[in-house]
Ligand binder design. Structure first.
Ligand SMILES: Cc1ncc(COP(=O)(O)O)c(C=O)c1O
Length: 354
């Protein structure tokens, strides 16, 4: 605490990202990164940017990248906003579109950055409990609100809300912005991007960190009707005009263009997830249905924190959340390569004694 801090800083409870350990040889299954590298075309594009042109600022509006994203999704470039990771895109959405008189709504168990943005921007919120089975119940969101945000699939549960239910939520909220955070949608869900044309209040936020294996490049984007995008641009240009550097713009564009590689690595992650879930079931774990690149699981006879610590002793790191108490028995485990999953299964067998 310092007397030099502003009042808002005194009141902040910042987000705590998953550990990025300095040790080598760890099986790192704690931050939902992709176990496969990015497309070779991305590496070529990034290398080509290591040139004299680095003395010049990058394109402040990322025009080529936005055109590439628009082409991929069948929308227009003025319906696309890009940012330094989807965290930045989300932050701008909170400021630009979710700060109104009424509290915003999001699930009680969800991406823990949302309440942090509420704290930073002084936005009131109401946490809506998930069902017993950790599902979002749309009827709970059909009440007056200042906006709605949730990830689909949800994090850290991995549970998917069917597109028909997403549309029912939109139809029941014609007057507030609904942000769907699709960080994990490429691993098993149907995107809401196709609904943007019909719902002016819909903003879909996506990232290249997970399905494009580019967490280190920091590129996220949002798709919505031009009026929503303009609000995001107003905040961006009041904050940082150059959020994406030259490497990020070139690498992200190359990734959006390499569909075949993208589809191949997503299919590999999904196949490994299917096998991991089946084998964890065999070991007596309760694994929530996952449409993401991670699973959320507990063992009826073992405490979540204990399991996480025992895995760590075997050089495997997974994510454990102490709060809320309802999820304390669970581990969130990123889908790794098949070899990493085999190491995980062997360790689980040993530590859970099954
Ligand atoms: C639900 C959700 N949204 C957004 C993000 C942020 O991703 P990034 O800032 O890397 O795009 C994450 C990262 O883990 C996430 O889990």
């Amino acid at each position: 605490m310092s007397r030099f801090w502003s009042a808002v800083v005194h009141g902040l409870t910042p987000y705590v990202p998953g550990e990025q350990p300095k040790l080598a040889n760890l099986v790192k299954l704690n931050t939902n990164e992709n176990p496969y590298g990015p497309s070779p075309r991305v590496l070529d594009a990034v290398r080509a940017e290591a040139a004299d042109t680095l003395r010049l600022y990058p394109d402040p509006n990322s025009d080529r990248l936005r055109a590439g994203i628009a082409a991929y999704h069948g929308v227009t470039a003025d319906q696309v906003f890009v940012g330094n990771g989807s965290d930045e895109v989300l932050a701008h959405a909170f400021m630009a579109l979710l700060k109104h008189d009424r509290p915003i709504l999001f699930p009680d168990i969800t991406y823990s950055f949302y309440p942090v943005y509420c704290g930073l921007y002084e936005i009131a919120h109401r946490a809506i409990p998930l069902t017993q089975a950790f599902e979002i119940q749309v009827d709970d969101y059909l009440t007056p609100n200042g906006g709605v945000i949730f990830p689909n699939p949800n994090a850290p549960t991995g549970r998917l809300l069917a597109l028909g239910e997403v549309e029912r939520l939109l139809a029941g909220n014609p007057d507030s912005v609904v942000v769907i955070d699709e960080a994990y949608i490429d691993f098993g869900g149907e995107s809401a991007v196709g609904l943007v044309a019909r719902y002016p209040q819909l903003l879909v936020v996506r990232t290249l960190s997970k399905s494009h294996a580019l967490a280190g490049l920091r590129v996220g984007y949002a798709i919505g009707q031009a009026q929503l995008i303009e609000a995001l641009n107003r905040v961006k240009d009041s904050f940082n005009s150059y959020p994406l550097d030259r490497f990020a713009q070139a690498g992200a564009l190359a990734s959006m263009d390499d569909h075949a590689y993208f589809e191949r690595i997503c299919a590999k992650v999904v196949a490994t997830r299917t096998r991991l879930v089946a084998e964890m079931d065999e070991l007596g774990f309760e694994v929530l249905p996952s449409a993401a690149n991670f699973v959320f699981a507990r063992h009826p006879a073992h405490d979540g924190a204990e399991l996480a610590a025992a895995l760590r002793e075997r050089s495997i790191i997974v994510r454990h959340f102490r709060n809320p108490a309802r999820i304390a028995p669970f581990l969130r485990i990123t889908i790794g390569t098949d070899a990493q999953c085999d190491a995980l299964l062997a360790a689980l067998k040993a530590v859970a004694n099954c």
